[in-house]
Design a protein around this ligand. Structure first.
Ligand SMILES: NC(=O)C1=CN([C@@H]2O[C@H](COP(=O)(O)OP(=O)(O)OC[C@H]3O[C@@H](n4cnc5c(N)ncnc54)[C@H](O)[C@@H]3O)[C@@H](O)[C@H]2O)C=CC1
Ligand SMILES: CC(=O)C(=O)O
Ligand SMILES: [Mg+2]
Length: 371
């Protein structure tokens, strides 16, 4: 199969969808791999390392896209990439469509087959291609939040660990999944006072057991949210309903109850964000202030630590890339019930129900397309 790896073009996105080691595996299986010149540079993989692995380099982005059967990316296609996508091509990347109607309609209009990393499942009920980047983003969320608490960023001037004789800051994490656990773990490591809220008792049990009471676990209700809003210095938004738009759990009115200069880090922003006042920001300009509250809402946080993130992401994506390349999308999805929910758009139709519901569209059951 002809596989293409474009250079990512989202703001400060330095990850790449395939490492030289991955290229070597695909070439050994008889596939041709074309990598856009410079695509791996930001993640620490120079062009020469892809050539040494048997890939070819392509400087012309139009040629790269036009000749591809399978396109491997990291972030959702930007407008100029959607325009390049054509019927008969398969795109494998993060999509987060429920947050972006224009993108959804653009992919439908392209006629291509679009498979999302973030809706592929595993036997344990997890999201194995989201988890590595959620681990990264969760760990970064507290780093980012601690920085935002500094006065120069508009923050209250609170040092999360405190100092002898001064109490530590309070961190609340809403959603105790992969992002949430990793954020909570970092905040604990810094010495902050940590509370995790979740709707899933099972998740709260896991966290309680794993951290032996060092973090508070709270069932997430409107009352519980009111309380953490009043008390916290930093709140991390980390909820997810797979494939769907995130619920808005902190409204603008609730900001009035927060301490001035406290911080909201909305990691769930890629699914639209879980705070009413969230809007996506970039690494170039990551924060803004609403009603005295600092907001950090970067939708591609792991792109900033591209070396770590590229390795972690491609470790997880590679088996699926190999299946797509060896078997084609139909057979690869037909053979794997956990790969199948990755299909979001095919030939003008939305195939993931939560995405269709977000925009009042019809959805097609993906099993009908692969059997
Ligand atoms: N901004 C960025 O750069 C990145 C964003 N993300 C995003 O972070 C979000 C979280 O991802 P994961 O932790 O992997 O998901 P996850 O599925 O592991 O965890 C989500 C948790 O939210 C809980 N939840 C759902 N609704 C809730 C509610 N109303 N109240 C409280 N808890 C609720 C679930 O029970 C679950 O434990 C996703 O939107 C994901 O796409 C992930 C990586 C990078
Ligand atoms: C998951 C996601 O949005 C990212 O890694 O950028
Ligand atoms: Mg986006």
């Amino acid at each position: 199969m002809k596989i293409a790896v474009p250079k990512e073009i989202k703001n400060h996105e330095y990850r790449v969808a395939l490492t030289p080691s991955g290229a070597r595996e695909l070439v050994a299986r008889g596939h041709s791999v074309a990598v856009q010149s410079g695509a791996g540079e930001g993640a620490g993989f120079p062009d020469a390392s892809y050539e040494a692995a048997g890939a070819s380099l392509e400087a012309k982005v139009d040629t790269l896209w036009r000749d591809a059967e399978l396109i491997l990316k990291v972030k959702e296609p930007q407008a100029e990439e959607v325009a390049r996508l054509a019927a008969g091509q398969t795109l494998f990347t993060y999509l987060h469509l429920a947050a972006e109607e224009m993108l959804t309609r653009g992919l439908m209009a392209s006629g291509a087959t679009c498979i999302a990393y973030e809706t592929i499942t595993d036997r344990q009920g997890g999201l194995p291609l989201l988890a590595p980047m959620s681990t990264v983003a969760g760990r970064m969320a507290v780093q980012a939040g601690a920085h935002c608490l500094e006065k120069a960023q508009g923050g209250a001037g609170v040092l999360l660990p405190g100092v002898p004789g001064v109490a530590p800051g309070k961190v609340a994490v809403i959603g105790g999944g992969v992002v949430g656990e990793n954020a909570a773990r970092m905040a604990l490591g810094l010495g902050a006072e940590v509370t995790v809220l979740d709707k899933s008792i099972e998740r709260l049990e896991v966290l309680d057991d794993r951290y032996q009471g060092r973090m508070k676990t709270v069932f997430s209700t409107a009352d519980a949210l009111d309380q953490v809003v009043r008390e916290s210095d930093l709140i991390v938004g980390a909820v997810l309903i797979p494939g769907a738009a995130a619920p808005k759990l902190i409204t603008r009115a609730m900001l009035a109850d927060m301490k001035p200069g406290s911080v909201l880090v909305d990691v769930a922003i890629d699914q639209g964000g879980c705070f009413e006042t969230s809007r996506a920001t970039t690494h170039a300009d990551p924060t803004y202030i609403v009603d005295g509250i600092v907001h950090y809402c970067v939708a591609n946080m792991p792109g900033a630590v591209a070396q770590t993130s590229t390795l972690a992401l491609t470790n997880a994506t590679m088996p699926f890339v190999i299946a797509l390349a060896d078997k084609g999308w139909q057979q690869a999805l037909a053979n794997d019930a956990h790969f199948l929910p990755g299909l979001n758009v095919h030939d003008g139709q939305v195939t993931y129900r939560a995405v269709a519901e977000a925009f009042g569209l019809e959805s097609v059951d993906p099993t009908r397309l692969v059997s």
